[in-house]
Design a binder for this molecule. Structure first.
Ligand SMILES: Cc1cc2nc3c(=O)[nH]c(=O)nc-3n(C[C@H](O)[C@H](O)[C@H](O)COP(=O)(O)OP(=O)(O)OC[C@H]3O[C@@H](n4cnc5c(N)ncnc54)[C@H](O)[C@@H]3O)c2cc1C
Length: 386
């Protein structure tokens, strides 16, 4: 038994759990973070690390913009691999050009800085971008990217050293009991922790805590296939690069007047539409480039059936499509992996109060790296003030 009494137990050391901890610690609360793995291994370390409010609907764009400020604030204290080198959406045909022009108008009215670039300017901005592909682009200079394999570990280290976060890894929380005025957490290795409240940020793990609740929810898991090249020599790709199929996919573009008519003309049976493929490029500090991605979905109740295997044809397809867009010095693939995130069919995020002092916050979907820092602050305030 850990005899200390905490103000808050957080279950799950991904980005949602860590940023709930960050805001709670800044309020002076005593926080313990319990993580089932040695270090978090979930979506938070398996993603692109693109911080792209530009891809989101207006509500989440605002949350993303506030998150940019929080990332800046933290990077004043320590290096969390933030690079403010912007995001660029490359249009490959007249329809996508139309959509980026419409989005740039929408952004003007939202006071969010973006610049339409000509073909030549787009190529100057992205080394290796092929002129046969790029017809023009929309650039967001304020946006950032992080190295997902490092960022969360550095934030957690800061929280431990500066704000006295207590972190227990290899502690799978198998039971949470609300005892009226406190919560008792029991881990698989029989450690016990007591706090006034608990927040469960379990990502896409629906089998351990409250499986019945998740089984009946509208949560789904999405499985994404990712690739990382060997480090590129004498090559710099500053911005996060998002391409034509992203323009046809991301929520911000739904607000464009031409979006629906353009979507209606698409071939739904095309391979990239069946697998939700869009091609993104993000260079990491060691010079390698992350490429991806694809999307396959499964309901929470049978999430495990989605499997951990990779589809080789899909990898091959994404590499060949990437080559049509960008002349990278090498396309030698060093790492291949799948990542999973959870999302809701109907709501933005799965937020549920279980008894008086236990709350669940998960299912932030594909917007977690962009939205979690600011969303977690709002979520924590709601939970504390409830
Ligand atoms: C391939 C891929 C690419 C992506 N790219 C981007 C991007 O570029 N930009 C963007 O904004 N978003 C992106 N996302 C989305 C983003 O990564 C996720 O939204 C976010 O990481 C979800 O964070 P989380 O904390 O909810 O979940 P996770 O990171 O999965 O964390 C959940 C944690 O809870 C722990 N846990 C679960 N149950 C227990 C338990 N009972 N006891 C103890 N610990 C437990 C797990 O071990 C895990 O560490 C991407 C996602 C993927 C998969």
């Amino acid at each position: 038994m850990n005899h200390k009494k905490y103000d808050l137990i957080i279950v799950g050391g991904g980005i949602l759990g860590t940023f709930h901890a960050y805001h709670a610690l800044k309020k002076g609360l005593k926080v313990v973070l319990l993580e089932k793995n040695t270090v978090p291994q979930g979506a938070t370390v398996r993603n692109f690390g693109q911080i792209v409010p530009s891809g989101m609907d207006l509500k989440w764009q605002n949350i993303g913009r506030k998150s940019l400020e929080i990332y800046q604030e933290i990077s004043q204290l320590t290096d969390i691999t933030i690079r403010q080198s912007g995001s660029i959406y490359i249009a490959s045909d007249t329809e996508e050009l139309q959509l980026i022009e419409e989005l740039s108008q929408i952004n003007k009215s939202n006071n969010y800085e973006s610049h339409l670039l000509t073909q030549a300017q787009s190529i100057a901005c992205c080394a290796g971008l092929k002129k046969e592909y790029a017809k023009g682009a929309l650039f967001f200079p304020q946006e950032m990217n992080v190295d997902p394999s490092l960022m969360i570990h550095r934030v957690r280290k800061l929280l431990i050293e500066k704000y006295q976060l207590e972190f227990f890894s290899n502690n799978t929380v198998k039971d949470l009991e609300d005892k009226g005025n406190e919560v008792l957490a029991t881990t698989a290795n029989n450690q016990k922790f007591i706090a006034s409240k608990a927040i469960v940020c379990n990502g896409s793990d629906f089998k351990i805590l409250f499986p019945e609740l998740f089984n009946q929810s509208d949560l789904v898991v999405s499985k994404l296939q990712m690739l990382r090249t060997k480090p590129q020599k004498n090559y710099t790709l500053a911005p996060s690069v998002l391409t034509g199929w992203t323009i046809r996919r991301y929520e911000s573009f739904y607000e464009c007047p031409s979006f629906q008519s353009i979507k209606d003309k698409e071939n739904k049976e095309a391979y990239h539409n069946q697998y939700g493929v869009h091609i993104l490029f993000k260079q990491v500090n060691d010079g390698s480039v992350i490429l991806g991605d694809s999307h396959e979905y499964q309901d929470a109740v049978k999430a495990d059936l989605i499997g951990f295997d990779r589809n080789e044809d899909l990898d091959h397809f994404m590499i060949e499509e990437s080559k049509k867009i960008m002349n990278l010095p090498n396309y030698q693939i060093d790492k291949r992996w799948v990542g999973m995130y959870s999302q809701c069919k109907e709501q933005d995020v799965f937020e549920q109060q279980i008894e008086k002092n236990i709350h669940i916050v998960t299912g932030i979907g594909g917007k977690g790296m962009t939205g979690s820092p600011a969303f977690s602050e709002m979520s924590l305030n709601n939970i504390i003030n409830r």
